[in-house]
Design a protein around this ligand. Structure first.
Ligand code: ZN
Length: 327
């Protein structure tokens, strides 16, 4: 026990060390160009670059359903390690688990309950696992959306690099799936000042990377409505924060599947009560493990035990709210 405590203490210190470095960087930036010196106009201009516009929750979901449920799986596999130049075969194997073991379990679970889902796929992940993409497409009810080229940190890129990677990602997915993707989830939900501009340039229907609400909303850019639908996400409804582990920076133990079930069920129950929407973000290399996929099945059974639950892809939800069909 003492050994664990010691190891935990060292990890805690390295985590705190990282936070101190980050805080110092933020403080340095603040000293160079302190926001308290900004004119209000500059504060408003910055905050208004991308904001939430009108609530798009319909009065009724299709067939009078009370709630829309969008199950999404970010098919990252090796790419989050690759983007940081971490190429150890051990890390590659941890990612490969998603395609090799996780995805087949997910697809068979979705088959069992006849559910649609959206898979956000970095283009490199699709190229590394072409059979997985064929397996998803063969089901004929799932959607494939954009999730970067190599899970790049797009908020650190210049505008032209981000545009180039988005173009190449869309082209690669279109070629592999036979359908042009209509939605984006940015890698790690990062957002640069021009990401939304690029979403419009490429004519995408929706984004699913922002967090201003639990309900679908229209994105505003520089104070004007964009027509782009936002299906908001949250770390609370992401498997990685509970089950993922970074041994460099954290001593956080894995959360148990039972605890995650309790949180996700409460999120769903409130969405059901409010008549809104429940968007869940998962990763085949994270949720695909045995104890966790069993928990996801329990959650699906709970949702299916209620009447009026509409399971749909992100594209279907976005088209429904954008067209105002339920009003
Ligand atoms: Zn991802």
């Amino acid at each position: 026990m003492k050994v664990f405590q010691l190891a935990g203490g060292i990890l805690a210190l390295s985590f705190i060390g990282l936070m101190v470095v980050r805080t110092a960087a933020a403080q340095n930036q603040q000293q160079q160009d302190p926001t308290w010196k900004w004119p209000e106009s500059r504060v408003f201009e910055t905050v208004n670059r991308v904001r939430a516009g009108r609530d798009l929750t319909p009065k009724h979901w299709p067939n009078g359903a009370r709630v829309a449920v969008g199950l999404s799986f970010d098919f990252d596999n090796e790419t989050p390690s690759l983007r940081d130049g971490q190429t150890s075969p051990a890390l590659m194997a941890q990612g490969e688990y998603g395609a090799r073991a996780g995805l087949p379990r997910i697809l068979s679970l979705l088959d069992k309950y006849d559910l649609p889902a959206t898979f956000f796929v970095p283009a490199i992940s699709a190229k590394l696992h072409p059979q997985s993409i064929k397996d998803i497409v063969a089901k004929k009810r799932h959607e494939i959306g954009v999730h970067g080229w190599i899970h790049e940190r797009n908020s650190l890129l210049g505008e032209s690099d981000e545009r180039d990677l988005m173009r190449r990602s869309i082209e690669a997915l279109t070629e592999m799936t036979g359908k042009k993707p209509v939605g984006l989830r940015t890698p790690s939900w990062d957002f640069s000042p021009w990401t939304m501009k690029l979403v419009r340039e490429f004519g995408l229907l929706y984004d699913s990377s922002l967090m201003a609400d639990d309900r679908p909303y229209e994105v505003m850019m520089d104070g004007a409505a964009t027509g782009v639908v936002e299906l908001p996400v949250e770390w609370i409804m992401d498997d990685f924060v509970y089950f993922g582990m970074d041994r460099q920076t954290t001593l956080r133990p894995f959360t148990t599947p039972d605890e995650v079930f309790t949180i996700w069920r409460a999120e769903f129950d409130k969405a059901y009560e409010e008549g809104t929407m429940f968007i869940l973000t998962m990763h085949p290399h994270v949720i695909g493990h045995r104890s966790r996929i069993a928990m996801l099945e329990r959650l699906i059974q709970h949702m299916k035990s209620k009447t009026g639950v509409w399971f749909a892809t992100h594209e279907e939800i976005s088209r429904f709210v954008k067209d105002g069909k339920g009003n």
